[in-house]
Design a protein around this ligand. Structure first.
Ligand SMILES: Cc1cc2nc3c(=O)[nH]c(=O)nc-3n(C[C@H](O)[C@H](O)[C@H](O)COP(=O)(O)O)c2cc1C
Length: 237
């Protein structure tokens, strides 16, 4: 049975395109695997708390020495990390805001990535002292953007701080296989946008068919995972 952690980060509700992609992903997965377990975390509607000085002090205090107040400060982080630990697949549905992730999603990453829980730190490793403590997870990013050309080689590729940032952070949550699907042109509302929406939904169909099938045939999945995949299924023009 697959456990899927679904994160939704849009400030919008029904009108949100990224939430639409997320819904489609879930509905399709349920068709392939009705027994799949979904954990839902709506950071768009209920943003996690921001990291504070007291939070940092608590995180860096050894667990056995933490005060009840420090335990309480870390409680939201503990809950979010437990969800990540339980997940085989993390599906993040998010808008692009100001060329990066919404503040609520960044707050989620700041709470979910924690020393001694999701990564270890050891200067004996030289210039790369951080190492993830979790592994084997798949990341799916379903995004919506008002403009276009954010794909590799596109006119706005250098302005895309959304997917690269999420991919870098998700490494410290144990995600090694990564997939990206996006809707573009939302602000233009023209035929390019319509095509982009249709392409993104079709890309989800293909991705879910592949991932859910692999999940039921772990030997196939293992073969695919030997080469980490970064599938960009974005609208061309
Ligand atoms: C505060 C804000 C900032 C935005 N910044 C960008 C941006 O930097 N680049 C872009 O392409 N679109 C930007 N947009 C447009 C959104 O990415 C677009 O409307 C997207 O569809 C929102 O996702 P949603 O439909 O899931 O809510 C911005 C929208 C808002 C509300």
């Amino acid at each position: 049975m697959t456990t899927i952690l679904q994160i939704e980060a849009s400030a919008r509700g029904e009108r949100s395109l990224s939430r639409g992609l997320s819904r489609r992903f879930r509905e399709l997965w349920m068709e392939y695997e009705p027994a799949a377990r979904f954990l839902s975390r709506d950071v768009g509607r209920q943003p996690p708390p921001l990291v504070s000085e007291a939070w940092i002090a608590a995180a860096f205090t050894p667990p056995a020495e933490r005060s009840p107040e420090q335990e309480a400060i870390l409680a939201p982080s503990d809950k979010l990390i437990a969800e990540v630990e339980a997940a085989d697949l993390i599906a993040i549905a998010t808008p692009m805001y100001n060329y990066g992730m919404p503040a609520a999603l960044k707050a989620w990453f700041d709470q979910a990535i924690r020393i001694g829980k999701t990564f270890s730190f050891d200067l004996a490793r030289g210039d790369w002292p951080l190492e993830p403590m979790l592994g084997g997870k798949t990341l799916v990013v379903l995004s919506a953007r008002g403009e276009f050309g954010f794909e590799a080689g596109g006119a706005r590729a250098a302005m895309n701080h959304l997917e690269p940032h999420i991919a870098t952070c998700a490494h410290y949550l144990g995600a090694s296989e990564r997939h990206f699907i996006s809707i573009d042109y939302q602000e233009f509302g023209d035929r390019r946008h319509e095509r982009s929406v249709a392409n993104a939904h079709r890309a989800i169909d293909e991705l879910v068919a592949r991932l859910a099938r692999d999940d039921r045939n772990p030997s196939d999945a293992k073969m695919q995972n030997t080469t980490p995949q970064q599938v960009s299924l974005e609208e061309g023009a």
